[in-house]
Design a protein around this ligand. Structure first.
Ligand code: ZN
Length: 222
């Protein structure tokens, strides 16, 4: 009897001390959560009391028509709030023969010097179709002295995709709306900065005006 009592009290003590350590480490958290719940429930009550049933109906109708305007692709996978980045896919399929250098200097085979490589080079024969990486609007079609025929697409959410070394005969012009997969042109041999490489697309992406690794923006691989 004494033994079992002793065990029980010891267990209780362990239990209590466990609780103590738990409560000291996490005591702040539940309090904050509770506070948040209280605030949000108050807001809900206020809005449901003040809003009449007719205005509720009209606001939900407006939401429906808004969402139906959105393109299918942007709705497909996310289904959540607006303003997030759209679905991205690589513009051509092929091996990456030169990776994004992430601001590191890498040797340029063509120019013989060391410089950053602000995109990826995806191998592909001249004439290979190049597709828009996501829904968006063509914001630039230019012939750059270094990068050759170049298309820039604005995707919203401060995301841009940039396609260089295209054939001069591009399929889009500034202002055109494109969808993921729209053929914008084909691989050419126009980028003097990279002519020493085998035929490829130089593909770059910018987020908030800064180059980012295009492969990390893609949704096909994690
Ligand atoms: Zn390149």
């Amino acid at each position: 009897m004494d033994k079992t009592l002793g065990n029980i009290t010891q267990e209780n003590q362990n239990y209590l001390s466990d609780q103590n350590t738990n409560s000291t480490t996490s005591s702040l958290f539940p309090d904050l959560e509770e506070a948040g719940e209280i605030v949000s429930s108050v807001e809900k009550n206020e809005s449901s009391q003040s809003a009449s049933s007719s205005s509720n109906q009209s606001s939900s109708q407006a939401q429906q028509s808004d969402s139906s305007k959105q393109s299918e692709t942007s709705k497909k996978d996310t289904g959540s709030s607006t303003g997030e980045k759209p679905l991205f896919m690589l513009p051509v399929t092929g091996d990456v023969i030169k990776e994004y250098s992430n601001n590191e200097l890498v040797k340029s085979e063509t120019l013989g010097d060391w410089r950053t490589h602000d995109g990826v080079d995806i191998k592909g024969k001249e004439g290979t179709q190049v597709k828009a990486a996501a829904n968006g609007t063509v914001s630039e079609v230019t012939e750059d002295a270094m990068w050759g025929m170049m298309v820039v697409i604005d995707h919203g959410g401060n995301m841009q995709s940039i396609y260089c070394n295209l054939n001069k005969a591009v399929n889009v012009k500034k202002g055109d709306k494109v969808e993921l997969g729209t053929i914008i042109g084909s691989i050419g041999n126009t980028a003097l900065a990279e002519v020493a490489l085998q035929p490829h697309l130089h593909f770059a992406m910018k987020e908030n005006g800064k180059y980012v690794d295009p492969l990390k923006c893609m949704d096909k691989v994690s």
